[in-house]
Ligand binder design. Structure first.
Ligand code: C5P
Length: 450
């Protein structure tokens, strides 16, 4: 049987990051996915991430298709079995309802002869506004299936309906739309799919996953098992890699952090079902599937992106952030004058991102720092735990295997004790850590019973 083909249109909105998880679910189920992202959508997710996940070219503007050599917009809009708009913003739905076609996404929506499913996401006032409600009614009348948004606290701080339904619920709606007869444009067949009453299917992650450990041969948790997604519904922020602090246009202060452990943690968190925001310093590592990545260069940029990424359930600060930056980076290359004088380089202290987060009003429920130590590993970690105000320090014994290696021996130091693990490959450390984090989050933020 041929697998369903989905054309996904990603609008602009803070919820766009959830489209990444949706693409992942669809691909995992074997669906063929092509993504189109609006200009506003590109502010929230990158075409590169979507291309990597969908394993297909991502289309961003009408002129990509202008010469019609590769694929014309009519063909793109019709070769899919279903067009999915997620997130469907107020603006996008207004254009759909009005038949406006002023960019690639809206042109495809007007040109398609296939069923369309829209998953709205917007501020509660915008959702409840008479204009939006009128547009939703028009769209449903035209045969578009418009899901009901979820209710809850929104990124803007307000409460009410307007949140993008969870990716698993959109996935279930997609399956329902594919198995029902195609709606007839002009009033029959479209309708509401309240995310809360969507059937749960066996091949999507369960919101209350089994806590059973199906350990593989090495005793590590196996997140390839769809039913074992212990971080499902959790939002996790991870920092990784070094920072580079410019001295002048050609020089910078750096360190030897490879970013491997942080990237392995991001990969394991996504595999375990979390929504993952990875804030990465300069490293040449591929973005793990399902992870939203923001690249930064300096500690100050990293601090700003961390703040932007809040709120999260857990933050894991793996980055080796430079302690100092040049107090006054030169606009031009600094020249030596041959006199042997001391270099004119004053250093300023960088913000401590971890310590700052510990004091933030948006402090994550679980805040984890890392510490690379060569001696008195546990004692140094205990001191750091108190100094930084975090919940755990993952103390990393780098005496035998310095930064950049493939394995780690870690001790998880918390107020309640020390958990010392054998030396393990970095990806195994990451997976074991995700199990521990999932248990801790379940204890601190209990799951609602079904
Ligand atoms: O102080 P030290 O660099 O040893 O602390 C290490 C921990 O603190 C790591 O989790 C690191 O990511 C975090 N850190 C930070 N901002 C800094 C320095 C360290 O978030 N400026």
């Amino acid at each position: 049987m041929t697998k369903p083909r989905i054309l996904m249109i990603i609008g602009g909105g803070i919820a766009a990051y959830k489209s990444i998880e949706l693409v992942r679910l669809l691909r995992k189920a074997g669906y063929v996915v092509r993504c189109v992202i609006t200009r506003a959508g590109e502010q929230f997710v990158t075409p590169l991430t979507l291309a990597a996940l969908s394993e297909n070219k991502v289309y961003t503007n009408l002129f990509d298709l202008k010469d019609e050599v590769e694929m014309g917009h009519i063909q793109l809009s019709r070769e899919a079995d279903l067009v999915v708009v997620a997130p469907a913003t107020a603006d996008l739905m207004a254009k759909m309802a009005g038949g406006i076609a002023d960019d690639l996404a809206t042109t495809l929506l007007l040109a398609t002869d296939k069923p369309v499913l829209a998953a709205p996401a917007m501020n509660v006032r915008m959702w409840l506004h008479a204009a939006t409600q009128r547009n939703v009614a028009t769209l449903r009348g035209d045969g578009v299936t418009v899901m009901e948004p979820d209710e809850g606290e929104m990124a803007c701080g307000e409460f009410g309906p307007g949140r993008l339904p969870e990716p698993a619920a959109i996935f279930a709606a997609i399956k329902a739309a594919l198995s029902s007869p195609p709606p007839l444009a002009g009033g029959v067949g479209g309708g509401t799919v309240p995310s809360s009453v969507l059937p749960l299917s066996s091949d999507m992650p369960s919101p209350s996953p089994s806590r059973q450990r199906e350990g593989d041969l090495s005793g590590q948790p196996d997140f390839a098992d769809e039913d074992h997604r212990p971080l499902y519904g959790r939002r996790i922020l991870i920092t990784a890699g070094p920072t580079h602090e410019p001295i002048d246009p050609v020089r910078y202060i750096a360190n030897r952090s490879s970013g491997k452990q942080g990237f392995a943690i991001a990969a394991a968190a996504a595999e375990a079902g979390a929504e993952v925001l990875l804030i990465a310093g300069p490293v040449e590592l591929p973005t793990p599937p399902g992870v939203i990545r923001v690249d930064v260069e300096t500690a100050v940029e990293m601090a700003a992106e961390v703040e932007q990424g809040l709120p999260v359930d857990a933050a894991i600060m793996v980055a080796a952030v430079a302690d100092w930056r040049a107090a006054d980076p030169a606009g031009q290359k600094i020249k030596k004058d041959g006199s042997g004088q001391v270099a004119p380089l004053a250093l300023a202290e960088n913000p401590d991102i971890l310590a700052g987060l510990a004091k933030s009003p948006h402090r994550p429920t679980l805040l984890i720092g890392f510490a690379a130590e060569t001696n008195d590993v546990v004692a140094h970690a205990e001191a750091k735990l108190a100094r930084k105000g975090c919940d755990w320090i993952v103390a990393n014994d780098v005496a035998a295997d310095p930064m950049g290696g493939e394995s780690n021996r870690v001790h998880i130091v918390s107020k309640t004790g020390i958990d010392s693990w054998d030396r393990l490959p970095k990806h195994a450390v990451a997976r074991k850590l995700m199990e521990k984090i999932a248990d801790e989050l379940d204890a601190r933020i209990p799951r609602q019973p079904d």
